[in-house]
Ligand binder design. Structure first.
Ligand code: PMP
Length: 432
């Protein structure tokens, strides 16, 4: 064990405020000190158990024993970099690409979702010789300088400097709140066709889009949207990037990759969060042509990306998803949970919209179902009420009024029942 002496919450908080930047936020009015995790559960310092409905990073469950063992064993054996031949990186690249369409056959391994997207933009810009980007409103793609500029969630929000001239923002295809809604059979077409004017006026290097939007408010894209958008971009000589950092690795249940639900073939796919079950790992997978354009004489070296430990972990995560049937679980438990939430929404007016794919679900809270006035304060109270009932959730979206549900995909039917019972009690305003 490490020699770190445990401190109580107040002492930790005071020391944290002294030594860590204040822009690092803490969840909850009374922050939690979490000291242990297992499966879909987290435990605080007193041993109190919480059902984790929001951590989409520890995808196959917190501290999955097989993943932990793979990490420890490889760490004890060797950890180097990509400048030596090693079985792990090559085996992992083969195994990862076997889950993707054939044209996506070349991998770059990095350390985070941000690094993956940053590299994807470099690849697209190198390949096309162009600079401009198409992005979706409210999207978040990462924290590097290039990605803040490509993330309206940041650059067009508090503290942001606005999107730079080479970032072109399309409406988020939000069929609940956006300009084109579910009743309109052509909503997907109207949203996708917004790209036409930009593409006519400007040469675009790439579009980057999440095949279901996370930070933007758990938005499920209307059928046919990405296919039409990608067709416009391909027609104009641009590259199509699917950001699967939140929604990949079987979370959406029906498919391994969320872009498959939209029936598209991206040129670049970026991976992060769940890929290493909590270990810092990310990947970019692309075509041989795009990878070859990048081979222009400047070496690509990434000190940690693709090291033997990270690759051993990545392999074990893929194996656990397969051996434990976790994509099927995401499909079955997700459908069960979605139906349960839709039922709750018939009794609780605040629950304006319930939407989701597999275990990627959003519940949008509104004060009025006609005006859609966002219920931000109420959403915050729900999160606190759920915490008091031992269930952890978060909010997101431009109005902070969408409950995000994206648990580890080992989430069981009993866990779903526990979440539904706690939500029902919280929305009913029951005291604990
Ligand atoms: N892409 C998406 C869609 C994300 O949600 C995030 C993180 N929230 C990132 C990229 C950045 O990933 P990371 O925080 O690992 O750098």
């Amino acid at each position: 064990m490490s020699g770190i002496q445990p401190r109580d919450r107040q002492a930790l908080l005071a020391a944290r405020q002294r030594h860590l930047g204040k822009m690092l936020s803490l969840s909850y009015r009374e922050p939690l000190k979490i000291v242990r995790g297992r499966g879909a559960y987290l435990y605080d310092e007193s041993g109190r158990e919480y059902l984790d409905c929001v951590n989409n990073v520890c995808h196959v469950g917190h501290c999955h024993p097989r993943v932990v063992a793979a990490a420890a064993n490889q760490m004890a054996e060797l950890n180097t970099n990509t400048r030596y031949l090693h079985d792990n990186i090559v085996t992992y690249a083969e195994r990862l690409t076997s889950t993707l369409p054939n044209h996506l056959s070349v991998c770059f391994f990095v350390n985070s979702g941000s690094e993956a997207n940053d590299l994807a933009l470099r690849l697209a810009r190198n390949h096309t010789g162009r600079e401009h980007l198409l992005v979706l409103d409210h999207a978040y793609h990462g924290h590097t300088a290039a990605l803040i500029d490509a993330s309206p969630y940041k650059c067009n929000s508090k503290g942001g400097r606005g999107a730079p001239p080479n970032t072109h923002v399309l409406s988020a295809p939000d069929t609940y709140r956006g300009p084109y809604r579910r009743g309109d059979p052509d909503a997907a077409i109207h949203y996708a066709d917004q790209a036409r004017d930009v593409l006519a006026a400007q040469e675009i290097a790439a579009v980057i889009a999440e095949p279901a939007m996370g930070c933007g408010g758990q938005i499920i894209l209307p059928n046919g949207y990405l296919a039409r958008l990608f067709a416009h971009v391909h027609g104009a000589g641009g590259v199509c990037i699917a950001d699967e950092v939140q929604v990949g690795f079987g979370r959406v249940g029906s498919h391994a990759w969320c872009f498959e639900t939209q029936n598209v073939a991206p040129d670049i796919v970026t991976l992060g969060k769940p890929i290493g079950n909590g270990h810092p790992l990310g990947a970019v997978v692309t075509t041989p042509e795009i990878a070859d354009s990048f081979n222009n004489g400047m070496e690509y070296f990434n000190t940690f990306g693709g090291n033997p430990v990270s690759c051993a972990i990545g392999l074990e995560v893929l194996q656990a998803i397969e051996d434990e049937g976790l994509q099927r679980n995401a499909h079955e438990t997700g459908s069960y949970l979605l139906a349960g939430l839709q039922d709750l929404a018939t009794r609780h007016e605040l629950m304006g919209d319930v939407r989701g794919l597999g275990l990627f679900i959003g519940v949008e809270l509104v004060r009025d179902r006609d005006t859609l006035e966002p219920a931000e304060r109420e959403a915050d109270n729900v999160i606190e009420g759920m915490k008091a009932r031992g269930v952890l959730l978060g909010t997101d979206g431009p109005y902070h009024n969408v409950l995000k549900i994206k648990p580890p995909i080992v989430f069981s039917r009993q866990d779903a029942d526990r979440l539904l019972t706690a939500l029902d009690a919280t929305f009913s305003g029951n005291t604990i």
